[in-house]
Every structure is written in structure tokens, then in C-alpha cells.
Design a protein around this ligand. Structure first.
Ligand code: APR
Ligand code: PHB
Length: 395
């Protein structure tokens, strides 16, 4: 096969890139190692920056988001005995939207298939060959067991943290910055109306807790747990008890309900640069991971592919590589800003492990920081600009 852009991975990055390219008349083929059902069911993030919403709308996948998504104009930050609201609109003039990544993925898949776009689901043994030549090729074995290969002008590595794209770049050319956090998130999806109108991020001596939502009927909640903890140790009762204790506030009740999904996710910050090697371009989790506390992972993926889409269209349609040559440097500016913000939010809200000799001191610093950020207009504006994504213009 031959196409203009071969895309590895059908997560939000790969699907949206294909959508952007198609709208500009550039052809692409996606190779994905999981099934469509698996990709559509994978529960992940749920908060979109206003700029990310604009990108999705610009490329024709904003209708259901605007109809079913929830606009949030603020967020609650909590520590024992206190819950204070930060008003994004008042602080920086912007909002965020709560809309599940599963729904974005479904909307994008439907849009791609409606366009008769080719997606190879359940491909295995994907490899990228000749990325440093003029004829890069993606090879794989299709779901019927037949070997296949796609020759392209460019290959987009959108295959997430565990994909094959990043390791295709010779190690000597890659620079990695990372931090593994000494805690993880246990997340549940529950069939119960949210007990709050906006997200609550809570610091508690037992560990961080958070209340998010997916709709008026579905809640999403998280608990800080040890990184080596096993989900088998957490019965539904134990999870709800932990959430009730950590989110407790006088006069407020947390409503529980049947748990639809539960899992533990490790937390890391990771940036691999550059995001380009020859004709291979990385986007999204393939190149960087943030801890979920800042709600940035999905937004970074969207910002990357908006930029990458424009750069590929310019090269393929107009013969100019200027945007492609700048892609990695330009994209990394936002990546670093979001990496910083996610690290800052994570550090402010998670309790240090009990073995940490500085634990008491650090907890006091965290409460002081929460007080400051919820009482100083300037500090609240800093958080709001970062959370809503207005800190940097969208590409
Ligand atoms: N070959 C083909 N596809 C692969 C391979 C491979 N070798 N390895 C992984 N994939 C697929 C995965 O199955 C997945 O569908 O690549 C896709 C990568 O999708 P994501 O991990 O969702 O990454 P991305 O599209 O960059 O989206 C980033 O998703 O992971 C969340 O929190 C993250 O919100 C962020 C967003
Ligand atoms: C979510 O709704 O899943 C969610 C929201 C905010 C975060 C992380 C996850 O910071």
C-alpha cells in the first residue's frame, strides 16, 4: 500500500490527526494493535481545555461534545475542614469542558469511518522502517494473519507510551526527562449522580482524593494509593469509605453507587525529545506522559496533532518544510508547560509516603500553598490559566 501519512495508533492522537489531514485533502492510513471495541471502551481522562474543544469543533467532532459535555467554570480545592472554589472565568476568562475521552474516541472513529477512512484494527508486529530515508514504511501483520506494508511520505507515531514509535528513534539521539511518583491513582467509574457541581481535588492526611464526573448520572472518583498496591485489595466498600473520609466536609454528603469500572494507574512525568526523527513524527503519549492531576494528557495530545497536522499539510501540499522543522521545538514548549503544571498540582495535593522524614513539614507546606492559591487573585489566575490551557495560545 501507499499513502501520504501512515499513522501508528488509533488513540485520540492518531484519530484526530487523520481527521485533520483528511479535512485538508491529505490521505492517511491508521494501524492499531487493539480492536475497535477495546479502544472505544478504554476509560481515561475527561477534562478538555477550551482550546482543545475549539480544535475538535473546527474539525467536525464538536457537536455531541457541545450537546452532552458539561462546561465547568471553576474547580474546588480542599484540605481538611476547608473547601474553596477557584473561579476560572473570573480569574482568566476561560472555562473547561468535562467530556469523556471514550466519547471523543467514539466520535472520532465514527467520523473517520464515515469518511471511508482506512483503519487496520488488531494489527500485530508493527514496525517502522526507513524513517531516516525518503521512503519510510510501516509493516505489520493484519488481523487475518497476512503480512502488510504501507509506504508513506511521513509516519506519525501516535501509539502511546508503550508503542513502537519512540524506540524506533536511536537511543543516542533521544533525551529523556522523567520522574516516577511514590504513589498511584485508584480510579472508579460509578453509576451515581455526582455529589458536586464541579470537580473537587482534596488533600487529606490519608492521601489525595478527587471527585470528577462523566454525566449527570455517572461519577468518576479517584484515591491516592501506594504504587505497588493491588486492585484486589480494594473492595467497593473500602473504596467508598476512603472517598467519604478524604472528601468529607461538614454539611456535605458523598453519594455512592454501583461501581462500573475500577483500576490502578501509576503516575509519572516523562518527556522524550526531540519529537521528530527524519520522516517519523511523534505525538501525544508516544512522546510524553504527565500525571493525571492537572488533566493535561489528552489536551497535550490534541495540541500536538493540531500542530503536526498543519506542518504535514504544509509540507505535502505546499512543499515547504518550515513548520515540520519547527514542530518538535514548538510542541515541546506546551509539553514542558503542562509537565510543570501537572508536577506542581501533583506535589501540592498528594501526601508524601509515611516513611518520608519530611512528611510533616511537607504537609504543612501543601496546606499553605492551597490557602495561598485559593485566596490570592494572582495565584488563582496562575492556576486557572494553566488548568484551562490559556497560558499558551493554541497552535
Ligand atoms: N502498533 C499499533 N498501535 C499501537 C501499538 C503498536 N505497536 N502500540 C500501541 N498502540 C495503540 C494503542 O492500542 C492505543 O490505541 O496506540 C494507541 C495510543 O493511544 P493512547 O495511549 O490513548 O495515546 P494518545 O492517542 O497519544 O492519547 C493520549 O490518551 O493515554 C491517554 O491520558 C492519555 O489522555 C491522554 C491521551
Ligand atoms: C477525570 O474526570 O477522569 C479526571 C478529571 C481531572 C483530572 C484527572 C482525571 O485531573
Amino acid at each position: 500500500m501507499r499513502t501520504q501519512v501512515a499513522i501508528v495508533g488509533a488513540g485520540p492522537s492518531g484519530l484526530l490527526l487523520s481527521q485533520i489531514l483528511a479535512k485538508h485533502g491529505v490521505e492517511s492510513v491508521i494501524v492499531e494493535n487493539r480492536s475497535r471495541e477495546y479502544v472505544e471502551a478504554r476509560v481515561r481522562a475527561g477534562v478538555l481545555e477550551h482550546g482543545a474543544v475549539d480544535v475538535l469543533a473546527e474539525y467536525g467532532v464538536g457537536d455531541r461534545l457541545h450537546a452532552e459535555g458539561l462546561r465547568h467554570d471553576g474547580v474546588y480545592l480542599q484540605w481538611p475542614g476547608q473547601r474553596r472554589r477557584i473561579d476560572f472565568v473570573q480569574s482568566c476568562g476561560h472555562s473547561v469542558w468535562v467530556y469523556g475521552q471514550t466519547e471523543i474516541t467514539k466520535d472520532l472513529i465514527n467520523a473517520r469511518l464515515a469518511d471511508a477512512q482506512q483503519v487496520f484494527w488488531e494489527a500485530c508486529d508493527t514496525a517502522i522502517l526507513g524513517a531516516d530515508t525518503d521512503r519510510p514504511t510501516v509493516t505489520f501483520v493484519d488481523r487475518d494473519g497476512n503480512p502488510a506494508s504501507i509506504e508513506a511520505d511521513y509516519v506519525a507515531g501516535c501509539d502511546g507510551f508503550h508503542g513502537v514509535s519512540r524506540p524506533t528513534i536511536p537511543e543516542a539521539l533521544r533525551s529523556v526527562h522523567q520522574r516516577l511518583y511514590p504513589y498511584a491513582w485508584l480510579g472508579i467509574l460509578a453509576e451515581v449522580a455526582p455529589s458536586t457541581d464541579e470537580l473537587i481535588y482534596a488533600l487529606h492526611p490519608d492521601g489525595f482524593a478527587m471527585h470528577s464526573m462523566r454525566s449527570e448520572k455517572i461519577s468518576r472518583l479517584y484515591l491516592q494509593v501506594a504504587p505497588d498496591d493491588d486492585i484486589a485489595n480494594w473492595s467497593d466498600d473500602r473504596i467508598w469509605d476512603g472517598l467519604s473520609t478524604r472528601l468529607a466536609l461538614d454539611g456535605w454528603t458523598l453519594h455512592s453507587g454501583p461501581t462500573l469500572e475500577k483500576s490502578i494507574t501509576p503516575m509519572r512525568s516523562f518527556v522524550s525529545s526531540p519529537m521528530r526523527w527524519g520522516r517519523l513524527l511523534l505525538a501525544g503519549d508516544a512522546s510524553h506522559i504527565v500525571p493525571p492531576t492537572g488533566a493535561k494528557g489528552l489536551n497535550l495530545a490534541i495540541a500536538d496533532v493540531k500542530r503536526l497536522g498543519a506542518a504535514l499539510v504544509r509540507s505535502i501540499k505546499e512543499g515547504s518544510d518550515d513548520l515540520l522543522d519547527r514542530y518538535s521545538d514548538d510542541a515541546l514548549e506546551r509539553v514542558w508547560q503542562s509537565t510543570y503544571f501537572s508536577w506542581w498540582m501533583t506535589s501540592m495535593l498528594h501526601t508524601p509516603p509515611v516513611e518520608d522524614p519530611d512528611r510533616n513539614f511537607l504537609l504543612q507546606m501543601q496546606v499553605t500553598q492551597l490557602r495561598h492559591v485559593t485566596s490570592s487573585a494572582a495565584a488563582a489566575a496562575g492556576l486557572s490559566e494553566n488548568y484551562t490551557g490559556s497560558v499558551l495560545p493554541y497552535p
